[in-house]
Design a protein around this ligand. Sequence first.
Ligand SMILES: C[S@@+](CC[C@H](N)C(=O)[O-])C[C@H]1O[C@@H](n2cnc3c(N)ncnc32)[C@H](O)[C@@H]1O
Length: 271
Amino acid sequence: MQFRKSAFRGFAGVAAATALLFGAGLYSLNVSAQPKLDIHFVPTPHEVVKRMLELAKVTSTDVHYDLGSGDGRIVIAAVKDFKAKKGVGIDLDPQRIKEANENKTKAGLGDNVTFQNQNIFETELKEASVVSMYLLTSINIRMRPKLLAELKPGTRIVTHAFNMGEWKEEHNESVNGYQVYLFIVPANVTGKWELSEGERKIALDLKSEFTDLSGTATINGKSSDVKGGRITGTKIEFTIDVDGKPVKFEGNWDAGTITGTGAAKWTAKKA
Ligand SMILES: C[S@@+](CC[C@H](N)C(=O)[O-])C[C@H]1O[C@@H](n2cnc3c(N)ncnc32)[C@H](O)[C@@H]1O
């Protein structure tokens, strides 16, 4: 009896230890399978999705990326309703990718829509001409250097609920109480330029910070501040003093050259 009791105790002990180990194993398996999300899934209401894509002016020439794509609704609407030529959703949570692919099938969409189980901070973005984000201001700000470095000037970014900190939006509005923002990736024109307008040469030392443009202009050895500087995608505007009078310059940046778009004919090249 004594033997039987201790044998039972021994068995019970081994069984309990096995259960504990097995449970712990399952727990650790479960925990390691959970991706570490920067923000949890909350879907953007459909009417807000529509307005975001309208603000971004999505057309058939666009490649749209949704960063943190959830159930895929923004990518699906961009391709199905706005005829974007390609849509890419990025989400770190495999469950969301599964749902997005199911929704893509239900929408009858093909190979031009893909959902990739990736971290947005490790995803190459240069192909996108439109980007949407429903994250947090802090995540948008962490993404900012990557957005500015990889996206082409003129790329439209629409965000739901959260802005980009010091990078000021081109537009914001409320859609049934949900705030949406439009940003346009500005050309980086920081550096020294030589502006030629007929015989006149103007040396520009420019500093661009998001959409703000400042610096100095030097004509015949006389320097003055660049005023009213602004960058909207590839569109550049600023005012400088010429012969004692303020003159506004408006131009378009393309591959490192700024070409005047107003009545006066001028170009600026990196010095
Ligand atoms: C607020 S939801 C937005 C979903 C969708 N864009 C929408 O507006 O309906 C944020 C999504 O980001 C995903 N997410 C969070 N951190 C991420 C990361 N570092 N990389 C990729 N996706 C992430 C979450 O899984 C979630 O689906």
